[in-house]
Design a protein around this ligand. Structure first.
Ligand code: G6P
Ligand code: ZN
Length: 543
């Protein structure tokens, strides 16, 4: 087997975003595109020589071929070993766990998360470090810098490795171990939750519908929910991962998981509904006639954490991304816990988890997780809820009502303007940024503005500073408007407007969120001129 050294030139724009490098699949399939980026990963992280990596992904279109290229490139650059999920499948949290369990030097995850997959949809490659988490900024910067000076890459001339059966083979001088993607992860879940209690809940007739959205969590949910926990066969739907996610959009929110919403709000709804995204790190929780926002879910899990064996001794602290609602802060305050506020992007939680400053973390974008891995974890969140319900023996709606009665309700919604003209979006942000200092003291749409700033984060562990992470406007009575541009879109710019208001009046706990937020929504429009600047009469997505 010969190692080829292929001359290449830097390719524009190989800058990892919020979560790895994501592009349209045809972009990734261009000659040298994937190879350049993989070589940049090796070059930006001190070389692959002697290293052990984990490799897998959500099974989207092109992953099978990309996996073979990555294996050949790892072998050509002298890697010692690659541990690959069978058929190149590994959910993102399972990959994170495997990196930690096997003390690997890093991992490569092939996924574009919740973005659709297919020949004309999205593909992505993400590098995770030895702690199991997404590469932090200095590492992604080093990879990007390496991509800009690339003159060649190395790849082995070899046949494809058979990834269809667990076992160990060699590729050149490198060991390739194909593993069952589910087994180690299932074991980890068993060590965290009270499986006996959850099994008893199902034994008493509790019904669940888990929608795997034709994505990677199918095999995990089948094995754990239907297998280990005894949920009735058929509880997990859309359970077979497909390269184009059944033509769907594997994002667990009320819009893309509408089938699940319809079932949960229909006649004869099961007790509990949940869904996960393409790569298994996001979650959606919905009870019978009761949708739980990700921000509320995080707050509920924090408030009930001691019901779960792994967290029975209490939490070390909690953390949320800045745009996530402050429902968590209210719980933290009552429990006397530190609550950290980080920029959007799971990678910012890594240092806090490593340093034992936080046990539980979450984001408004449907991500929840803990220190058991260094990624957010969809199925873990579902099992957490099941464990809580198995202990409390209440419906989801009852748990929410109790929670709001105790802590108040943070009405919350996100309005997205997708694929807008990138120039117009940055002008909108620039104009608002320029006006921030004059806003406090003004009354807009009947709301008095108390403070306005641009969020910057000083990491308390490594001292690094991350700036320009969203514009914030605080209104009287605990209201808040946040605006930022998405770091995960692949087309134009996506403007995200996050809206929040606290309600403590017990008689106002069941309002429609859009109605409860109406003054805040009007104020956001008046302050930023969203319609005029984007040319959009209304948001494309409201969560
Ligand atoms: C991914 C990241 C999350 C992030 C989300 C939204 O799922 O892993 O950490 O919150 O994308 O990011 P965006 O920049 O599009 O708002
Ligand atoms: Zn994801």
């Amino acid at each position: 087997m010969t190692v080829h050294t292929v001359p290449t030139r830097p390719i524009e724009g190989q800058k990892p975003g919020t979560s790895g490098l994501r592009k349209k699949t045809p972009v990734f399939m261009q000659p040298h595109y994937l190879e350049n980026f993989v070589q940049a990963i090796w070059n930006g992280t001190g070389g692959a020589s002697g290293k052990t990596y984990v490799l897998g992904g959500d099974g989207r279109y092109f992953s099978d071929r990309a996996a073979q290229v990555i294996l050949r490139m790892a072998a050509a650059s002298g890697a010692k070993k690659v541990i690959v999920g069978q058929n190149a499948l590994l959910s993102t949290p399972a990959a994170s766990h495997l990196i930690r369990l096997r003390k690997a030097d890093g991992g490569i995850i092939m996924s574009a998360s919740h973005n659709p997959g297919g020949p004309n949809e999205d593909f992505g490659v993400k590098y995770n470090t030895a702690n199991g988490g997404p590469a932090p900024e200095p590492v992604t910067e080093a990879i990007f810098a390496a991509s800009k000076t690339l003159g060649e890459y190395h790849i082995l001339d070899a046949q494809d490795v058979d990834l269809s059966t667990p076992g160990t083979t060699t590729l050149g001088g490198m060991e390739v171990e194909v593993v069952d993607p589910v087994a180690d992860y299932a074991e980890l879940m068993r060590s965290i939750f009270d499986f006996d209690k959850i099994r008893a809940l199902f034994g008493d007739g509790f019904r669940i519908r888990f929608d795997a959205m034709h994505a990677v969590t199918g095999p995990y949910a089948k094995a754990i929910l239907e297998g280990a926990l005894g949920a009735p066969a058929g509880s997990v739907v859309n359970a077979v991962p497909s390269p184009d996610f059944g033509g769907g959009h594997p994002d667990p929110n009320p819009i893309w998981a509408k089938d699940l919403m319809d079932v949960m709000f229909g006649a004869d709804a099961p007790d509990f509904g949940a869904a996960s995204d393409g790569d298994g790190d996001r979650n959606m929780i919905v009870g019978r006639n009761c949708y739980v926002t990700p921000s509320d879910s995080l707050a509920v899990l924090a408030a009930n954490a001691t019901l779960v064996p792994a967290y029975a001794k209490g939490l070390k602290g909690v953390a949320r991304s800045m745009p996530t609602s402050r429902a968590l802060d209210r719980v933290a305050e009552s429990l006397g816990l530190a609550c950290c506020e980080t920029p959007t992007g799971w990678k910012f939680f890594g240092n806090l988890l490593d340093a034992d400053r936080a046990t539980l973390c979450g984001e408004e974008s449907a991500g929840t997780g803990s220190d058991h891995v260094r990624e957010k974890d969809g199925l873990w969140a579902v099992l957490f809820w099941l464990n809580v319900l198995a202990e409390r023996r209440q419906s989801v709606a009852e748990v929410m009502a109790d929670h709001w009665a105790k802590f108040g309700r943070n009405y919350y919604s996100r309005h997205d303007y997708e694929a807008v003209d990138a120039g117009a979006a940055s002008e909108l942000m620039e104009a608002l940024r320029a006006r921030l200092s004059e806003l406090p003291g003004q009354t807009i749409a009947g709301l008095r503005i108390e403070a306005a700033d641009e969020f910057a984060y000083d990491d308390p562990v490594d001292g690094s500073r991350t700036e320009r992470q969203g514009l914030r406007i605080m209104t009287q009575g605990g209201g808040r408007i946040v605006m930022r541009l998405s770091g995960t879109g692949t087309e134009g710019a996506t403007l995200r407007v996050y809206l929040e208001r606290v309600e403590t009046d017990p008689a106002r706990m069941k309002d429609d969120p859009q109605a409860a937020l109406a003054p805040i929504i009007t104020a956001a429009e008046e302050i930023a001129g969203i319609r005029a600047r984007t040319g959009r009469p209304r948001p494309d997505v409201i969560t």
